[in-house]
Design a protein around this ligand. Structure first.
Ligand code: UDX
Length: 447
């Protein structure tokens, strides 16, 4: 199969490289000349484990190339994937589809022979209809089928997710398009990955519903964590206890500082807007988005409370800035809000992150950046574990504690436990596992 991938951002690049690795001939198109030049040299502009190697191998094998001009790639393609960004539109939370529609108009003149146009970008319900209308308006003669094929890639595990997906969703009712998409994904269902064919609008909704459901699961356990703190229960045991029920499942039940990233915040807002516009509000998702937003402030307050009610004049060391480990992505990271609240409260923030510093510099002001966890903790009153990078899972507690001025350790990812932290002299706070001070007194009194 010959594939044209329009947009060499995160999704386009991962998908393009993986398709090439399956043996398809893939041309990735991007308007950014500097990016294309870098990619041709095998330089990958994002941090994604395994991607530079995959890109290099497939360029070398002659199956993966990068171009600015789409004409030839589209003309030769059996399938043209649209993988450009759909940011949240300013003001109303709707997905901004201008890039997707621009691409639809741009590819139309070059389409030759039967061509499947696939929207890989996360797009609101009905976008496929509009993409088809745009192409047909420009090229009434074109033999084209427009298909929805959402991605379910997690940053940091994107290649694994692409190559070993739980499912592949393809939205089309066109038999020829179905045959092409079957061929495109054949290497995967040889691995027994189920491929689900649905109507186009259904496929578009599956993507949003999946992300909204996962966001709901996280928010649910986060609120349960707060309740655990109020009633003296342990959220990790609760998560395990409910997760062992197969109908619930144990994944995505880690309490923490709230979800971030490029997908959940944006996609929940877009789905909420779609529901409202359609006269069928999704009240649960509305509450999830609001609760997650609020949570970031609650987490900042948790840190302030751990510092005896004020961070004024105190030095707070933040370990981890990205919205999750194994990425350099700072988009919607809870760290952004939490750090700003701490600074507003008069705290001085020093931070360390294995990959995210470059992006963080552009989004945060007055933060000092350290080169490792221990220099970050130097002279700090409190250390906060914000993101569960592997290198924070086995910190040298003696060294960390000795570097600090104070003894406060706030673990927003529940990497450690109170007993261990106490052995090293830390005043330890985590999420959903430590009863509030007043409850502790109550429990003690009852004993
Ligand atoms: C997500 C979806 O998983 C993926 O299928 C979709 O296509 C894109 O959005 P991603 O944003 O890369 O992927 O990250 P993910 O691993 O899903 O985590 C999202 C956020 O939720 C992170 O901030 C993470 O820290 C948080 N999270 C996740 C929790 O707080 N608790 C959990 O149990 C799981």
């Amino acid at each position: 199969m010959r594939i044209a991938m329009i947009g060499s951002g995160y999704v386009g690049l991962v998908s393009g490289a993986c398709f090439a690795d399956f043996g398809h001939v893939v041309t990735c198109v991007d308007k950014d000349a500097a990016k294309v030049a870098a990619l041709r040299d095998g330089k990958v502009p994002i941090y994604e484990p395994g991607l530079p190697e995959l890109v290099a191998t497939n360029i070398h094998a002659g199956r993966l190339s990068f171009v600015i001009d789409m004409a030839e790639a589209v003309a030769e393609a059996d399938a043209v994937f649209i993988a450009v960004g759909t940011p949240s539109r300013r003001g109303d939370g709707h997905a901004d589809l201008s890039y997707v529609y621009e691409v639809a108009a741009e590819i139309a003149p070059f389409i030759q022979g039967f061509t499947v146009v696939v929207t890989k970008s996360t797009v609101p319900i009905g976008t496929g209809d509009e993409v088809e209308r745009i192409i047909r308006a420009k090229r009434p003669d074109a033999d084209v089928a427009v298909v929805s094929n959402p991605e379910f890639l997690r940053e940091g595990a994107a290649i694994e997710d692409f190559k070993r997906p739980d499912r592949i969703v393809v939205g089309t009712e066109d038999e020829r398009a179905r045959a092409v998409m079957t061929e495109v994904y054949r290497p995967l269902y040889l691995n027994r990955a189920p491929i689900l064919f649905t109507a186009r609008r259904t496929s578009e909704l599956i993507k949003y519903a999946s992300n909204a459901f996962l966001a709901t699961k996280i928010t649910f356990i986060n609120e349960i964590a707060d309740l655990c703190e109020s009633v003296g229960a342990d959220v990790q045991d609760v998560a395990r206890g409910i997760g062992l029920d197969n109908r619930i499942g144990g994944k995505f039940l880690h309490a923490g500082p709230g979800y971030g990233g490029s997908c959940f915040p944006k996609d929940t807002l877009a789905l909420i807007k779609t529901g409202q516009d359609a006269g069928t509000p999704l009240r649960i998702v509305e509450v999830v988005a609001a609760s997650n937003d609020y949570r970031k402030r609650t987490m900042a307050r948790k840190i302030i409370m751990a510092c005896n009610g004020s961070v004024r004049g105190k030095k707070i060391a933040i370990l981890g800035l990205t919205f999750k480990p194994n990425t350099d992505d700072m988009r919607e990271s809870p760290a952004l809000t939490i750090i700003t609240v701490l600074q507003d409260g008069g705290g001085a923030v020093i931070a360390y992150d294995p990959q995210g510093v470059e992006q963080a510099r552009q989004l945060l002001s007055d933060v000092t950046f350290a080169h490792d966890p221990y220099s970050c903790a130097e002279g700090a009153d409190a250390v906060v574990i914000m993101t569960e990078w592997n290198e924070f899972r086995a910190l040298d507690f003696t060294r960390l504690r000795n570097a600090m001025r104070g003894d406060v350790l706030v673990d927003l990812r529940n990497v450690y436990n109170a007993e261990l932290a106490a052995q090293y002299g830390f005043a330890y706070t985590s999420v959903g596992r430590n009863a509030t001070a007043s409850l502790k007194t109550e429990i003690k009194a009852a004993e």
